[in-house]
Design a protein around this ligand. Structure first.
Ligand code: NAD
Ligand code: MG
Length: 282
């Protein structure tokens, strides 16, 4: 039920994965649930972010995606998929560990889309190729904290210049916030912090009519896994969930559609929606 051992260097590319993940290319059917919305999805080139970009476009939204410059081939595939739905796409390469880049990515998303209604803070990094806590290097620590937490703060601050009443922010948490793995000590801590910040931001932004929620995925087959897990771990990836398998990015998309919908989720804020194959998120 797992995957063949395979390894890539971070951030990893979709085309090199065996099998290729399912982002809903053939299966996702839209029904106008996000008509006219303008969404920025960080890390929207691949994995969960790509599935969200496809679903949002099919629901009637225009999308901007940010990604690392080395992921240009993945980003162009997403651009084709979004444009095939007749929606606008804005491509924003840049390393979000840099504050100025975060601010210019958001500014370019807003000018390219003519405004912003939905922010999906999805970009993330982990490193699990390590034996023990003593193996956590300062470089890893910086990369994990800056990508998962600093960038989320900088991108959200910049986005708030454009988000108004009815808008929403969706952060990407993880099952690791609830059931942390020792090999992901630092990453798990960032995801617990993201949950905490989601609740607190929802409290601050509620009076402005802006909802803030999170999605907590379980094990999902994305480039992050072959790029950061020891190859042999992939053979059993996801088998420890009650559903007994890893999830596909496509299986995460509807949660993001629901939380973004100003109609269906109009009274939903400060919640974490689990897409975990049965592991509890409370
Ligand atoms: P992914 O590798 O496809 O997506 C992560 C994206 O983050 C990359 O494509 C990249 O564009 C972006 N990114 C990373 N570092 C960046 C940087 N410095 N600057 C700009 N962009 C950067 O993998 P994914 O699994 O789809 O990850 C999406 C989110 O889901 C992450 O926040 C991850 O922590 C979370 N998540 C994944 C799983 C899983 O099992 N795959 C489980 C729980 C949570
Ligand atoms: Mg990618």
């Amino acid at each position: 039920m797992g995957f063949d051992p395979q390894q890539q260097d971070p951030p990893g590319l979709t085309g090199e994965m065996k099998p290729r993940p399912d982002h809903g290319e053939k299966s996702y059917r839209g029904s106008g649930r996000l008509e006219g919305q303008r969404a920025l999805i960080t890390g929207g080139d691949s994995g969960i972010g790509r599935a969200v970009a496809i679903a949002y476009a099919r629901e009637g939204a225009d999308v901007a995606i940010s990604y690392l410059p080395s992921e240009e081939t993945d980003a162009r595939e997403v651009a084709e998929l979004v444009e095939a739905e007749g929606r606008r796409v804005v491509l924003l390469p840049g390393d979000l560990r840099d504050e100025e880049t975060c601010r210019s990515v958001v500014a370019d998303a807003a000018s390219g889309l003519g405004g912003l209604d939905v922010l999906v803070n999805n970009a993330g990094f982990q490193m699990a190729r390590r034996e023990s806590f003593e193996d956590v290097t300062t470089d890893d620590l910086d990369r994990v904290m800056k990508t998962n937490l600093y960038a989320l703060v900088w991108v959200t601050q910049a986005a708030l210049e454009h988000l108004s009443s009815g808008a929403s922010i969706i952060n990407v948490s993880s099952i690791q916030a609830y059931q942390p793995s020792t090999s992901l000590m630092d990453y798990a801590a960032t995801k617990a912090a993201i949950n905490n910040m989601t609740v607190n931001l929802a409290a601050e932004l509620g009076p402005r009519g802006i909802r803030v929620n999170a999605v907590a995925p379980g094990p999902i087959w994305t480039p992050l896994q072959p790029a950061t897990q020891p190859p042999e771990k992939l053979e059993k990836f996801g088998e420890d969930t009650p559903l007994g398998r890893a999830g596909q990015p496509a299986e995460c998309a509807s949660a993001f559609v629901f939380l973004a919908s100003p109609h269906e989720a109009s009274y939903v804020s400060a919640t974490v929606l689990g897409v975990t194959g049965g592991k509890p998120v409370f």
